[in-house]
Design a protein around this ligand. Structure first.
Ligand code: ATP
Length: 201
């Protein structure tokens, strides 16, 4: 399996250090409303560099730190570690067989730190790696509750965009647009060169 395990402590409802091992092809998570099921996918997206508080269902980054419950004191730090298998060289820039991505957040310092296999990393490096996991926001690998109703209520054009994205067409469309823009620029340059040639003749 690609994503082997998730460790979380201090992230949202993970008041205690918690490790989830994804040992089977299919895993079901059951629990009453509000028991923290969606917090698992939030933790995955957060560790992979999610910057939007809204998409993490909070108002500020502080909201991702465990804020206490009836019988537990609030915490000041959050930590999530994702362990990926790199046996199929999914991570083109990393040689190790296992890739561990960690994000920490300190409420007092108000900043996140990222680590790749224990080494401090920049957000940009995490975001590049996140693209290779296929788990990031635009990949539709994580479909949260709202996504389904948004899809059902979307206008046909918007729905088509989602289909394009799911089918992997979107990235080619983007590249086509970039190529067309380049083509127009090149034609303009060519016209200019022709003008100069005419002038000289
Ligand atoms: P549903 O089935 O209703 O969608 P769920 O099981 O997916 O629910 P989540 O939305 O993942 O539940 O979890 C929400 C719970 O997480 C709430 O009980 C909320 O109090 C708790 N929670 C979220 N952020 C924090 C935080 N910073 N500190 C403590 N608890 C938090």
């Amino acid at each position: 399996l690609f994503l082997k395990s998730l460790y979380a402590h201090g992230f949202k409802s993970f008041a205690e250090p918690t490790r989830l091992d994804f040992t089977s092809e299919m895993i079901g998570v059951v629990g009453p409303n509000g028991s923290g099921k969606s917090n698992i996918t939030d933790a995955i997206r957060w560790a992979l560099g999610e910057q939007s508080n809204k998409s993490l269902r909070g108002k500020s980054m502080d909201d991702i730190v465990f804020s206490g419950s009836a019988n537990k004191q609030p915490l000041t730090k959050a930590k999530v570690t994702l362990t990926f298998s790199n046996a199929r060289n999914n991570f083109s820039t990393i040689d190790d067989d296992i890739v561990e991505i960690t994000r920490t957040f300190d409420k007092k310092k108000r900043e996140s730190e990222f680590f790749i296999n224990g080494e401090k990393a920049k957000l940009k490096e995490i975001q590049d790696i996140a693209l290779e996991t296929g788990l990031t926001k635009s990949s539709l690998a994580i479909i949260s509750q709202g996504t389904i109703s948004n899809f059902a209520e979307a206008k046909p054009e918007a729905r088509r965009e989602l289909f394009n994205e799911a089918a992997g067409v979107a990235k080619y469309k983007k590249r086509k647009q970039e190529a067309l823009t380049k083509l127009i620029k090149t034609q303009e340059n060519l016209d200019r060169v022709n003008d100069i040639v005419h002038q000289i003749e």
